[in-house]
Write a protein that binds this ligand. Structure first.
Ligand SMILES: [Fe+2]
Length: 210
């Protein structure tokens, strides 16, 4: 049983990692992401389940049966600050600076430090300026099972048949608390895909060791 304060996104967000707790009381409007991808346990909001690798937004309630969860507490607390995104941009390095990947060169994405949680999942927060693609890709190095959770603002996940933008065939709109369905199949292969911001936004890649 543990409740761990995570500081990777501070001072901008208050994030906690909760493991094996019967219940956890949430006071202010907060995002809860169910990370029970191994044990496949549901978290309950009253008697309604939040499935593994899905999220929700709750307040004034005790969530129950938490195998593993990430909580972003009072997730909107900074949205009224007109300089909020500017402050993030001047604190977090660009995605290209941290990844070194050619496809990240010149894109307006900025990344918090990345942390490993529970020994088998890596997370970070990413800020993206409005209406910007993150760069289509099919492979991840090193290989991992990946989903994304939206934290603030709006974006979309896109799938493509080839690397050409015209081959777009599916989009999933991302809003706070949403975790998109898995894109990878049983063998761990992905279609061409990318994140694409709609507004100024923050999302959280969740990278699970395979
Ligand atoms: Fe990806």
């Amino acid at each position: 049983m543990s409740i761990q304060v995570m500081d990777f996104a501070s001072p901008f967000f208050d994030v906690k990692y909760i493991e094996n707790e019967k219940e956890y009381y949430i006071d202010k409007l907060s995002i809860v992401i169910n990370l029970s991808f191994k044990n496949q346990e549901c978290i309950f909001v009253k008697n309604i389940p939040v499935l593994p690798l899905k999220g929700t937004i709750v307040k004034n309630i005790a969530i129950t049966n938490i195998d593993r969860a990430i909580i972003v507490e009072d997730y909107e607390r900074n949205v009224k600050d007109p300089d909020f995104f500017k402050r993030i941009k001047s604190t977090w390095p660009s995605l290209y600076e941290t990844s070194g990947l050619e496809r990240h060169k010149g894109i307006p994405y900025y990344r918090s430090p990345k942390v490993k949680i529970g020994g088998d999942v890596s997370v970070n927060f990413c800020y993206a300026e409005p209406n910007a693609p993150s760069g289509k890709h099919k492979d991840h190095i090193p290989d991992f099972d990946e989903v994304h959770a939206q934290i603030l603002g709006f974006g979309k996940m896109q799938k493509f048949t080839t690397e050409e933008t015209s081959t777009l065939y599916q989009e999933v709109i991302m809003a706070p608390g949403i975790v998109h369905d898995k894109f990878y199949d049983e063998s761990g292969s992905y279609p061409w895909h990318q994140y694409h911001s709609i507004t100024d936004c923050i999302y959280m890649p969740i990278e699970m060791d395979r």
